[in-house]
Design a protein around this ligand. Structure first.
Ligand code: M6R
Length: 365
């Protein structure tokens, strides 16, 4: 039931503050501020030398953020592959002690095959899944549920941000297990994660500004999305969301890759969506943005007050998000990108919840 919403996708975008808080509750004991594994599952991250992450589509982009989280907060090196490659790549899996899969449906054929492959290689396996009665949830050694509730829209929204929340909490837990994160820092970080629902609400309130922006986006044939660091996976996800439901051709790039090819595409007709909170990557991204501006590209900048005040480009369209600690930016910045895709699709008159050629769950290879 869509309730008062026009589409399931819109409803699911609006549900994010609530389901983020449910998902966090599975990983954090708020009486102590300490992280925990749902249902007392035992994964001892202190013994994990390397994690192999694998997923498809939006789950893959969540896993890419997960890699940044595990490497930054737990100092565990990660491998990452789309599942359709992992299952055939015959990686030597050197030092890999845990294979972690991310899937909303828990039924994606390539992700399931990758899970079976990892088990066949004798690895301990874990899965972040939204559908707890799914095949992947049944077959993985450990299951970390996202509590996003049923996701009907083919374009994944709330499942993605809940996957990020689960990955952030797991990375903190892993950091604690390994002695990289001290108990005081753990409670500080979990307190920060608990801010996500409020910030998600603030992001949703940008809908009016984003709708206005979508009118221009809907006149375009192509779009580029750029981000660095924690915002790089979001550039990929923002581009995927836009192409899936509006059919506008969009590409996501690491901002630093601009000079290595995509800058050739920039002219007055090319919209460039830049995801750049004022974090440790900001100055570098800013200089990439100036290169785009110098070639006449039309820039839309998702940033915060500090980023906006830096005046990196006059004439850039600004969408200003609240200030927040770095660990939260992937979760919160995902929301305006979802809204941009959603409203652009509405302008284009496409079928938002059931885009052409796509299935909610890809159960054949
Ligand atoms: O159910 P899964 O998370 O395993 O599905 C993976 C992809 O098929 C899925 O994320 C797909 O890319 C979505 N349509 C993205 O919005």
């Amino acid at each position: 039931d869509k309730g008062n919403y026009r589409h399931f996708m819109q409803k699911e975008i609006y549900e994010q503050p609530e389901v983020l808080s449910h998902t966090l509750g599975a990983f954090v004991d708020f009486t102590t501020g300490r992280t925990r594994l749902p249902k007392d599952q035992a994964v001892d991250f202190s013994k994990v030398r390397r994690i192999a992450l694998s997923a498809c589509g939006t789950g893959f982009y969540a896993a890419l953020v997960g890699r940044y989280y595990f490497e930054r907060y737990a100092r565990i090196p990660c491998d990452l592959d789309v599942a359709s490659e992992f299952r055939y790549r015959e990686s030597p899996l050197a030092d890999v002690d845990l294979a972690l899969f991310v899937s909303q449906s828990g039924e994606t054929a390539d992700t399931l095959a990758s899970l079976r492959y990892a088990k066949g290689e004798g690895l301990e396996t874990a899965a972040i899944v939204n559908v707890e009665e799914s095949t992947i949830a049944r077959e993985a050694d450990h299951v970390f549920p996202t509590l996003a509730g049923p996701e009907i829209g083919v374009a994944s929204t709330k499942a993605f941000t809940c996957q990020l929340m689960a990955l952030a909490a797991l990375a903190i837990k892993a950091g604690v297990d390994r002695g990289v994160i001290a108990p005081e820092r753990e409670t500080e970080l979990t307190r920060i994660l608990a801010e996500a629902p409020r910030l998600a609400n603030e992001a949703i309130r940008l809908e009016g500004a984003i709708e206005a922006l979508s009118r221009r986006m809907a006149t375009k044939k192509h779009a580029l999305f750029l981000g660095r660091g924690f915002s790089y996976p979001l550039a990929l996800e923002g581009a995927l969301k836009l192409k899936e439901i509006s059919y506008i051709h969009a590409e996501g790039y690491a901002a630093g890759e601009l000079k290595h090819g995509p800058i050739a595409l920039i002219d007055e007709t090319m919209p460039v969506v830049v995801i750049a909170p004022h974090d440790r990557s900001f100055e570098k991204t800013a200089s990439n943005v100036q290169e785009v501006a110098a070639r006449g590209g039309e820039i839309v900048l998702f940033t915060d007050a500090k980023g906006a005040a830096s005046g990196i480009v006059d004439g850039a369209e600004l969408i200003v998000l609240p200030d927040m600690p770095e660990i939260l930016t992937p979760i919160v910045y995902a929301i305006p990108l979802q809204l941009l895709a959603y409203h652009t699709a509405i302008q284009m008159g496409t079928d938002v919840d059931q885009p052409r050629n796509l299935a909610k769950s890809v159960t054949v290879e």
